[in-house]
Design a binder for this molecule. Sequence first.
Ligand SMILES: NC(=O)C1=CN([C@@H]2O[C@H](COP(=O)(O)OP(=O)(O)OC[C@H]3O[C@@H](n4cnc5c(N)ncnc54)[C@H](O)[C@@H]3O)[C@@H](O)[C@H]2O)C=CC1
Ligand SMILES: O=C(O)CCC(=O)C(=O)O
Length: 421
Amino acid sequence: MTTITEQKSSATSLLQSAQATMKNATNKLGYPDEMFALLKEPVRMMTVRIPVRMDNGRTQVFTGFRAQHNDAVGPTKGGVRFHPSVSEEEVKSLSLWMSLKCGINNLPYGGGKGGVICDPRQMSFAELERLSRGYVRMISQIVGPTKDIPAPDVYTNSQIMAWMMDEYSRIKEFDSPGFITGKPVVLGGSQGRETATARGVLICIEEAVNVLNKKLEDARVIIQGFGNAGSFIAKFLYDKGAQVVGISDVLGALYDPDGLDISTLNERRDSFGMVTNQFKNTITNEELMEKECDILIPAAIANQITERNAGRIKAKIVVEAANGPTTSKATKILTDNNILLIPDLLASSGGVIVSYFEWVQNNQGYYWSEEEVDHKLHTKMVHSFHKVYETASRYKSDMRTAAYIAGTRKMAEASRFRGWI
Ligand SMILES: NC(=O)C1=CN([C@@H]2O[C@H](COP(=O)(O)OP(=O)(O)OC[C@H]3O[C@@H](n4cnc5c(N)ncnc54)[C@H](O)[C@@H]3O)[C@@H](O)[C@H]2O)C=CC1
Ligand SMILES: O=C(O)CCC(=O)C(=O)O
């Protein structure tokens, strides 16, 4: 169990290492120091205090954040996280990464991100609804369909998006489906958004396996995290014939070198991505990361591959479905060990791509089939994979720096044309 001080210092180091990589990218692109000064922090950061009437009649005051990293390209976009370890520094880093994800995928957005310090697993449905609505009331001045568009992230889901959309629509007194994405389909959500992050990860894996001349059907895979991202990644890989030998959640991990039965695990997981509590023969998350496999997919939280365990990772490909799971020192160790690292900015961008499609459909009031959405996602992700892969070879950099280079260019140019730099 990590302490609050440890969580704060790891969030600070997350931001510092994001800034160091951003500095490297702006230098390689030949931008002046002023560009880095603009891009190293969000242009806007709001901290809110949210009073929530709890079921016992008492009021609990929660702290939340919304960061808007850069709005030169267009409105900002990014998820809202409900988690005990949320911090201002973490939200700042996540918003910077959202700008880069939007840049890599050529979406007409800058990056935003939000979070509330809370533990939704300890809250009732009614308390969660009041917290979701309270958060929207507090940030309503700075968000909106043409300003900043939230979406789901860790421990938030389509029901929470529905409450948030309803609250925003009541405040503004008009129906505003384009205020938020990741909504239920009946409220203007997009077909394919629920599975989009996992589909994006799958597409990256298929491209990576191709460039390495390997076969997906022969691959043994370990996935850390069994929530929205992890559970669908497991399903898609299992359906493609890969052997999923390990999965985990916050409490522990399951490992079987002969392969796990993913359909059964998916039937038994709860809405918080918890399943290992139903088994006796569990191992720890730390042990799981070092087990034999070909592809390792961190799909939970940040700072899971560090200088402490990177040298013992057995996988040949590491695919970051989570945001920030690998530290900079660990990135260097993996790259030096000839492990292909597909960075979060690329691998986890399927979610925001389909969120963009959802917003487009809301704006035009005309909705696409799941096949159309998946096809459009596939086209974009394949293009982005090769963009980052080729940038790495052109700049002789690791894949993470390449993703920063590919993601920075559009917002830097937009900031320049606006006369900010
Ligand atoms: N949902 C989405 O559309 C997107 C999610 N992501 C990233 O993917 C990651 C997972 O997100 P979701 O699947 O949406 O979240 P989720 O809330 O659906 O699932 C989270 C999973 O991580 C596990 N977990 C939580 N704390 C953990 C810890 N300390 N150690 C190990 N496991 C832990 C939970 O038990 C659960 O299985 C996050 O880093 C998120 O930012 C990135 C892009 C889009
Ligand atoms: O779907 C979105 O708009 C944002 C998803 C997100 O928060 C992320 O990619 O980290």
